[in-house]
Ligand binder design. Structure first.
Ligand SMILES: Nc1ncnc2c1ncn2[C@@H]1O[C@H](COP(=O)(O)OP(=O)(O)OP(=O)(O)O)[C@@H](O)[C@H]1O
Ligand SMILES: [Mg+2]
Length: 339
């Protein structure tokens, strides 16, 4: 089904990494990092993506951007002419053309910027590589991009080390915006920043979204950040999407026991990442050897026999509210406002 307000429609997307063993490197199994996922993103919308470490958030984002090849499935992207393009079937030339429309902002502004390049070259590189601008025009465009993200455009000959963490993340954002994209995957884009700087960058991303009609897939461990920035939220567990809903519905009336557990967990500050890590009881299932039935059943306090036997289907249980749980119809789960 084609829907005109959707910039991205993902169906049955899978990414299986082979697990190789022994001298002959034989494939002995697969890590199901992204396992049969369905969702869509509307134009101008932010879809938040949350879940414990290793559940497949980054892999999902990279599959959509075709930074890695998905194993199976479909991702339909609406390009700037309004055509629906099947991302999984593009050859390298078509891919280069569509990459202008889709960009990535990632976590670590310290390691992602080349320390030997000036800001002019860092932000200007995508313009030069895509043949969009060079020389004086490139310089002018870089200045405008710097101003757009709140940087002083007189600093364009400086190197990354001369900037603070928040400013470096602004450089990363300006670089991502250089090709005038319409869809951006933000992968832990604010997780390495101090809380006050985090808020400034989140506000910047929201302002830019409004000005430029950007659509975001916003990946984060931090439920507070996700709640603040997202229109809708998806919750992943061991390669599967287990619940997706409008932000308020997800936080107030969760339908999946895993979502309830995430919302009730006390986030512990992680001194290394300065972000809050989600710590739940029990062990996360191994994506190379997941349990039978519903992958969450060994940790689920509501699990019944059917949960051990059968994988739950992805079902719409309310308007734009999807969940994969056998018991979704009968459980009364606690949201953040009902505690
Ligand atoms: N190139 C790879 N080869 C094999 N396994 C991989 C590869 N990349 C990721 N994985 C595995 O896929 C699973 C999902 O990883 P991914 O990085 O997508 O998780 P994540 O949700 O982004 O985690 P985090 O919150 O820590 O960033 C993990 O089990 C990981 O070990
Ligand atoms: Mg990740």
């Amino acid at each position: 089904m084609e829907n005109n307000s959707r910039i991205l429609e993902v169906t049955s997307l899978k990414k299986y990494f082979p697990v190789k063993k022994g001298f002959l490197k034989r494939t002995v199994g697969h890590v199901k990092a992204v396992d049969d996922i369905h969702f869509y993103i509307n134009e101008g919308e932010t879809l938040g993506l949350v879940g414990e470490s290793g559940c497949g958030k980054t892999t999902l984002g990279r599959c959509i951007l075709r930074a890695i090849e998905p194993s199976e499935g479909s991702a339909l992207f609406k390009d700037r002419k309004g055509n629906h393009v099947e991302l999984t079937g593009l050859d390298p030339k078509q891919l280069r053309a569509i990459r202008r429309d889709m960009q990535l902002i990632f976590q670590d502004p310290y390691s992602s910027l080349n320390p030997r390049m000036t800001v002019l070259n860092i932000i200007g590189e995508p313009l030069l590589c895509n043949g969009i601008a060079k020389g004086d025009e490139l310089r002018e465009r870089v200045k405008r991009l710097m101003e757009l993200v709140g940087l002083n455009s007189r600093h364009l000959e400086r190197y990354p080390h001369a900037f603070s963490g928040g400013q470096r993340q602004r450089i990363g954002i300006a670089r991502a915006l250089a090709t005038n994209p319409r869809f951006i995957v933000c992968d832990e884009a604010v997780s390495a920043l101090d809380v006050s700087v985090q808020a400034q960058i989140l506000n910047l991303l929201q302002d830019l979204q409004e000005q430029l009609n950007l659509s975001y897939l916003f990946i984060s461990h931090d439920l507070g950040v996700i709640q603040h920035i997202s229109d809708r939220v998806g919750v992943m567990y061991v390669g599967k999407m287990v619940e997706m809903a409008e932000t308020e519905a997800l936080f107030n009336t969760p339908k999946h026991p895993y979502t309830e557990a995430l919302l009730s967990a006390k986030p512990l500050p992680d001194p290394r990442a300065k972000s809050k890590r989600i710590i739940l009881e029990g062990e996360v299932a191994n994506p190379a050897n997941p349990p039978s039935g519903c992958y969450f059943h060994p940790r689920c306090k509501y699990a019944k026999d059917i949960c051990k036997q059968k994988a739950p289907e992805w079902t719409e249980v309310g308007k734009d509210h999807y969940v994969a749980c056998h018991l979704a119809g009968e459980l009364e789960l606690q949201g953040v406002h009902s505690q």
